[in-house]
Design a protein around this ligand. Structure first.
Ligand code: C2E
Ligand code: MG
Ligand code: MG
Length: 700
């Protein structure tokens, strides 16, 4: 497949062309033609050559290949010394060259790839001249180069005759840790693990006879000393000079193999389900992150949590819980196994799947939904049908900043969001969630200084007698005014304060402030003043019982306040979290004479039967109940029964969040005597509480 050589054709034509005709052919040839004398000086060039080299006639004439302006590179892009230029080699060796690929830098920037052929023009007294013909091969060459450089696979080009590596791409440099020079200039055999060294010779034979080989897996030593598991795939390519090369593509499968190996050993396996465990997962995850960071394509991490697993465990026993987890693992395996996605049990009832081939949110979302469908079908455990679902968070690898830990954290955050939105669904971690996280961190930092900077304020919401409207007590509620964030709702900052540990400071501040305010109202008008202040107590405060007791004692003593005038509100969830510990502390507080209220009753899991075991004086029925009273007869019936039981236990019921008069009527009818809500009053500034009492208290 010898391309017709235009120069040779031209020379052959001299027999019939006169000098003038020859000149015309020379000037108008579509290939570039340059003639150099025996010293390499350019003495003639045609228009095509001037165009291809980007130089004017004046610039080019007289120039030699040794001139520094005449910068060229070899096919691999390395600088080509002047005496290695094709014309100079031809002069030196006396032999023509064909299709020598050379890059020339253009004066206006950029590079043009030229295939150069040379011929000697003999018979001059001064020595032979040399004529070079140029054709432009930039377009195919650039495309090749781009494929080569941007490939996520490692690529090595080996000259089969000389058994020499002639080119390597960036991906291979990253993959192996060796420098480009090291990869180019040594034969590389010793980098293969000893048992794999013979492979190279074998491949060369394979490729010579069959044109290709592989894929073959072999161990390779990373420059850092550790072993890589690489998959090699080779094809023979032939250049215009009919040289044979081995185009070797190399893929790093160390992470996948490490996971598989880990799975074969106990260290990486979860004994209950046979899936990878946390360690096994991290191996696979780090492998995917490294692959993605090296340009090998993104992936999705799915974090799943079985909904209400604790309930199954608590009601049916641990054996049933274990069986359910094995069943879930089996479902995952059936679904994800054929797609080659690594799976792991992350801990407890949490599972992770790595979708190695899924890189965008839409595709990940689709897969997540399908996975949840598979998990939502009923389970048969110990001859019982169990209906459960899973909540799922998705995190996508998107940038080099995403390491394995970050992805796990993001997917976990998204999973919690899915739970919050009502379980059995999936949520993709996105920028909005990241923004919320950032805000949370900001709030946490700022909350640290809130007390010291005087940014906290207490407001008081009246609790009234539903028949008379008379205010018997008030609930103290925290407000936080931040110069930049504005007034932040306690619904937002209390959970942050709980997690960050600032809640103790906030809780002690409002306790002291409410008691101080109680004393102020007493002094102002003992008749109108609320008999009691009710203060919310958080989970952390309950957990540190002695500290809470000390704070309560100090607040009462400082304001000469009788213990009966202080009520503490504890939510149902908090009480139920550590039932025994809570019981002891509540008894101690009750023993001091304090009043205790269970807050948000109806939002947790406690049954009415449990109420008897705690020394509560008041049960606050949650707003969600009150709102549904007049909409749902079943809620009405349950509420009615609840109010009855509370009364029978000698406790007081208070309905929260009353917003309209129909609710009041329904509550009165069932025997609930106290209420709180916007219908009567929103939380008020301290100096407006007595005015409210004066206006609302009128009997009748
Ligand atoms: P909570 O203790 O159940 O307080 C009742 C919440 O319901 C208050 O919201 C109150 O403003 C609101 N509310 C009252 N009546 C109505 C009504 O008719 N309609 C509606 N839609 N809402 C009504 P707030 O002040 O935003 O407090 C929210 C939660 O933050 C409180 O719920 C409590 O759990 C927590 N919190 C507030 N202050 C403190 C505090 O000092 N310490 C602790 N630990 N938690 C606090
Ligand atoms: Mg409350
Ligand atoms: Mg409440």
């Amino acid at each position: 497949m010898n391309a017709p050589d235009p120069l040779r054709a031209l020379l052959a034509a001299t027999g019939v062309l006169d000098a003038w005709q020859l000149r015309t052919v020379f000037d108008h040839a579509a290939v570039g033609l340059v003639v150099q004398d025996a010293d390499g000086r350019i003495i003639d060039a045609n228009a095509a050559a001037l165009f291809l080299l980007g130089l004017s006639r004046d610039e080019l004439f007289g120039l030699t290949s040794l001139d520094p302006r005449w910068q060229a590179t070899d096919a691999a892009g390395e600088a080509l010394p002047g005496d290695e230029h094709p014309a100079m080699r031809t002069l030196r060796d006396g032999a023509p060259l064909q299709d020598f690929v050379m890059g020339v830098h253009l004066p206006e920037g950029g590079r043009r790839w030229l295939a150069v052929s040379t011929a000697l023009l003999p018979g001059r007294a001064t020595g032979p001249w040399v004529v070079s013909s140029f054709t432009d091969v930039s377009a195919p060459r650039d495309l090749q180069r781009t494929l080569f450089d941007l490939s996520s696979l490692g690529i090595q080009l080996i000259d089969l005759e000389r058994q020499k590596v002639v080119a390597v791409n960036d991906a291979l440099v990253r993959m192996t840790g060796y420098t480009r020079e090291e990869l180019l200039h040594e034969d590389g055999h010793e980098r293969f693990a000893p048992e794999a060294r013979a492979l190279r010779a074998h491949w060369a034979r394979e490729v010579q006879t069959h044109g290709q080989f592989g894929p073959v897996e072999a161990d390779y030593l990373h420059r850092g000393g550790h072993r890589l598991r690489l998959v090699f795939h080779g094809v023979r390519v032939t250049d215009p000079r009919h040289r044979n090369y081995l185009w070797l593509s190399v893929q790093d499968v160390s992470a996948q193999r490490a996971l598989e190996d880990a799975l074969r050993t106990a260290a990486g396996t979860d004994r209950l389900t046979g899936l990878a465990n946390r360690e096994g997962l991290l191996l696979a995850l780090n492998g995917l992150v490294a692959r993605a960071a090296a340009g090998g394509g993104g992936f999705a991490l799915l974090f799943m949590d079985v909904d209400r697993f604790k309930l199954v465990n608590d009601t049916l026993g641990h054996a049933a819980g274990d069986e359910l987890l094995r069943e879930v693992a089996q479902r995952l395996r059936a679904h994800a196994g054929p797609r080659g996605w690594p799976l792991a049990r992350f801990g407890g009832d949490e599972f992770v799947a790595l979708l190695a081939d899924v890189a965008d949110a839409a595709a990940a979302s689709k897969q997540a939904a399908a996975l949840l469908d598979a998990l939502a079908r009923p389970y048969r455990v110990q001859e019982q049908d169990i209906h459960t679902s899973a909540s799922l968070g998705v995190a996508l690898w998107q940038s080099a900043a995403d390491d394995g830990q970050t992805l796990l954290r993001d997917a976990d955050t998204a999973m919690y969001e899915a739970k919050r939105r009502g379980r059995g669904q999936h949520v993709v971690f996105d920028d909005a969630m990241r923004a919320r996280l950032t805000r949370t961190v900001h709030i946490e930092n700022e909350l640290r200084h809130a007390v010291a900077r005087g940014q906290l304020r207490a407001v008081y919401q009246p609790i009234v007698d539903l028949h008379t409207g008379v205010m018997g007590s008030v609930e103290a509620l925290l407000r936080w005014d931040h110069p930049e964030l504005g007034t932040v709702s306690p619904v937002e900052f209390i959970p942050v304060a709980e997690d960050g540990g600032h809640i103790l400071g906030l809780g002690e501040w409002i306790l002291a402030e409410s008691c101080r305010q109680w004393r102020v109202w007493q002094r102002e008008d003992a008749a109108l003043a609320p008999a009691r202040v009710s203060v919310n107590v958080s989970r952390k405060q309950l957990a540190l019982g002695p500290r809470l007791l000390a704070a309560v004692r100090a607040a009462l003593a400082d304001n000469e306040m009788p213990a009966q005038a202080l009520q503490l509100e504890i939510t149902e969830r908090e009480v139920m979290q550590h039932p025994e510990q809570a019981q002891a502390l509540l008894r101690e507080l009750s023993g001091m004479g304090l009043r205790l209220a269970m807050d948000d009753f109806g939002t947790g899991t406690s049954s009415l039967g449990c109420l008897r075991e705690y020394p509560f004086h008041t049960i606050k029925i949650d707003k969600s109940f009150v709102t549904d009273l007049c909409r749902d007869p079943q809620v009405l019936a349950v509420a009615h029964a609840t109010v009855n039981v509370i009364a029978n236990l000698g406790m007081l019921s208070v309905a929260e969040g009353i917003e309209d008069a129909t609710e009041v009527a329904a509550l009165q009818a069932m025997g609930c005597d106290h209420g709180q809500g916007y219908l009567f009053a929103a939380p008020l500034a301290a100096d407006r509480v007595l005015a409210f009492a004066a206006g609302a208290g009128a009997p009748g």
